[in-house]
Write a protein that binds this ligand. Structure first.
Ligand SMILES: C[S@@+](CC[C@H](N)C(=O)[O-])C[C@H]1O[C@@H](n2cnc3c(N)ncnc32)[C@H](O)[C@@H]1O
Length: 301
């Protein structure tokens, strides 16, 4: 496959992503983020967002997602950014391809403040589906804080199919009799105990930690779209804020890892990956997207 651009470990291809994916080696990518076509039916200045019915869209995505799984390393992660139009269809497709146990989360990204809609609730979030290739082995670099907080490691309701009596040092916890279940694996509980990270209140385990809790509602100001919908795009339509990519790339990859985006658009993934010293493989069918991205990459040391 002919490269359109290659410099500083950042490679861009200008072609249909299926073609590129088929040409890539097995297990060569650590992290995939794709802001896929949402199937809005809209024609933007820079691309046509129309794949037909949701079923047509699923059949269009299927071979691409099968290839994405193949090229992902065994400890790799994949994030698919979509919205309410396709998220449920893609979720079922991803469950089929990656396995439902490899689903990690559905992230709600607030894209705009209230816009005032007629006879409906304003749709203010889009969805990022997060899967891993191996549920027992994946990169997740937690952010650390200066202070410590105490968080419960249990929830109401016991689970019949698991061992409900856990011994942690001198503490014997009978989750069933307390009608609770624990939120991490038994081995993780043991590890936290060994690391002195557990405290017990009313014979239930809490984690004392400086790990920053990050929920799946990403609604901070820097997560909001920062382009003006009333104007023509500065460089390329529908850019995502860098803050989204920064969070995903920092948490789910390490320096020197390879990040890929097969729906590159204006190149947000490439810009953030390069700033964070990751290698990159990118693709867009539209030459303008590749050119806009190259211009941005040139300005990063
Ligand atoms: C939603 S935009 C991505 C925007 C990007 N996240 C950003 O921050 O600028 C989707 C992109 O996918 C590209 N695309 C659509 N179909 C494609 C295909 N089959 N192969 C490669 N790129 C494709 C479009 O040209 C468009 O640039």
């Amino acid at each position: 496959m002919e490269k359109y651009y290659e410099k500083d470990n950042q490679v861009i291809y200008n072609c249909d992503n299926l073609e590129l994916l088929k040409s890539l080696d097995n297990e060569c990518i650590d992290l995939i983020y794709c802001d896929i076509l949402y199937n809005t039916g809209k024609v933007f200045d820079d691309y046509n967002d129309n794949l037909g019915t949701p079923k047509d869209a699923v059949e269009w995505y299927r071979p691409r997602l099968i290839e994405m799984k193949r090229v992902l390393k065994n400890n790799g992660s994949i994030f698919l950014h979509c919205n309410w139009r396709l998220d449920s269809y893609i979720r079922i497709l991803m469950d089929e391809i990656f396995g439902s146990s490899c689903f990690r989360n559905r992230i709600y990204r607030k894209h705009s403040k209230e816009r005032g809609f007629y006879l409906n609730f304003d749709s203010q979030v889009d969805i990022i589906l997060y899967y891993v290739k191996d549920k027992n082995n994946f990169t997740f670099n937690e952010f650390k804080m200066d202070n410590k907080i105490i968080t419960p490691l249990f929830e109401n309701g016991y689970i019949k199919e698991r061992s409900n009596i856990i011994i942690l040092g001198n503490n014997k916890i009978d989750f069933k009799s307390l009608n609770k279940h624990y939120l991490v694996s038994e081995s993780k509980l043991q590890e936290l105990y060994k690391n002195n990270e557990l405290i017990f209140i009313d014979n239930l385990p809490y984690r004392k930690t400086n790990v920053m809790p990050i929920g799946n509602l990403w609604a901070e100001d820097d997560m909001l779209d920062n382009y003006n919908r009333n104007k023509i795009a500065d460089t390329y339509d529908t850019p995502k804020p860098e803050a989204i990519l920064e969070r995903i790339i920092k948490i789910c990859s390490n320096e020197g890892n390879t990040v890929a985006d097969f729906f590159l658009g204006g190149g947000t993934t490439a810009v953030v990956s390069k700033k964070l010293k990751r290698k990159g493989i990118y693709c867009d069918i539209n030459k303008k997207a590749c050119d806009v991205t190259i211009d941005k990459l040139k300005n990063i040391d």
